[in-house]
Design a binder for this molecule. Sequence first.
Ligand SMILES: Cc1cc2nc3c(=O)[nH]c(=O)nc-3n(C[C@H](O)[C@H](O)[C@H](O)COP(=O)(O)OP(=O)(O)OC[C@H]3O[C@@H](n4cnc5c(N)ncnc54)[C@H](O)[C@@H]3O)c2cc1C
Length: 387
Amino acid sequence: MSDNHYDYIFAGGGAAALSLLVRMQQEGILRDKKVLVIDKDKKEHNDRTWCFWEEKEGLFESCVVKTWDKIRFASPGYDAKLNPQPYQYKMIRSQGFYQYCNQIISQNSHIHFVQDMILNFENNAVVTTDGRYTGNIIFNSSIQYLDKDESRYHYFLQHFKGKFIETEQPFFEEGVATLMDFTIDQHNECRFMYILPVSKTKALIEFTIFSENLLEKEEYETELNNYIDEKLKYHAYKVTEEEFGVIPMYNQPFIKKINPHVFNIGTNGGASKASTGFTFHFIQEESKQLIAHLKKHPTLSNYNPKSKGRFQFYDDVFLRVLREKKVPAFYLFNCMFRKLPAYLPLKFLSEETSMLEDLKILRVFPTMVFMKAAIGELLKQPVRRAE
Ligand SMILES: Cc1cc2nc3c(=O)[nH]c(=O)nc-3n(C[C@H](O)[C@H](O)[C@H](O)COP(=O)(O)OP(=O)(O)OC[C@H]3O[C@@H](n4cnc5c(N)ncnc54)[C@H](O)[C@@H]3O)c2cc1C
């Protein structure tokens, strides 16, 4: 066997690849296997912050830097601190996550890391700037393959700019994570602020938008600064870190298999939820499914990921409602968080509710708007936007 041949290759070594690799290692699937991770970056720095809700302790519990037992939801005329039990809201900083995973890689001599730029895939080979590596199974989270079909699907983006700020005096309510504060100018879009206090004097504040196009760079900056100055009314602070991100909110099914050897995972494999952009939870679910299959079968040739079922349709309808703009976007989230116990919208957005629970949730939305959008989706009618 050639030196450049591996049992498993992870093409891209971010959240999805490392989550899967760590689980495979822990489940003994990588025993006696030759494994390669290829990434253009060394993954040593904080390049993002993941937040998600979870009922129990997860595989990456030791990487969690902060948990919250209360979440806040605010919209015009409503502001509430809610109890999301049995869920806890959690934060993982990517640097801690990468360190934890890289330690597992460096402790196992059969797992190799190469820093290189992936150019394309040829059958069972990964072609990079500096080489060519072949593998029995290749997990791709690097290059995205998606032919958009604008006539059939909705392509929203979740885009955001965040700042970690440190205040001189204790200012933040440490036990409460503001999931969504919609009390900002909506510009006929879906715009909210996200406040994650890691202590009384330090918080990540993020300006987030769900829309079809990105903003000019300065606009994120202005909105964020205005919010801190005018809404939070705090001036004596310093910015310690910044992050910017774009997450696809596409309802087009992502390609799972490029060829019998190459499988897309993570955002490239469709793990980002179309209606919210939440991904971390779905990456963990994807890893569990892949592991369950690999424990029984040596290849992925007959692997069929679990269908999203009715949750796909809910996302389709939700994105159509967002595009049609017949009701303000914040109103939809308001309906859920105002009228239901907080755990229920979270469970629904994690795609874990029963049919009975779905009915309770669907009842709170404006019936005619959703009925029309559902019919529009079923008949694939063109989107009719309210002006
Ligand atoms: C700033 C930010 C914050 C986020 N916060 C949250 C959150 O709070 N909650 C949540 O659920 N989701 C969040 N997400 C969405 C999602 O969880 C992350 O994007 C997550 O990292 C996706 O995992 P992934 O493995 O698919 O992609 P990535 O983690 O981006 O990994 C892909 C890897 O491929 C490498 N790569 C790409 N192209 C090449 C190439 N040609 N050659 C070699 N290597 C390549 C990249 O360097 C990267 O390491 C966030 C996303 C961003 C960008």
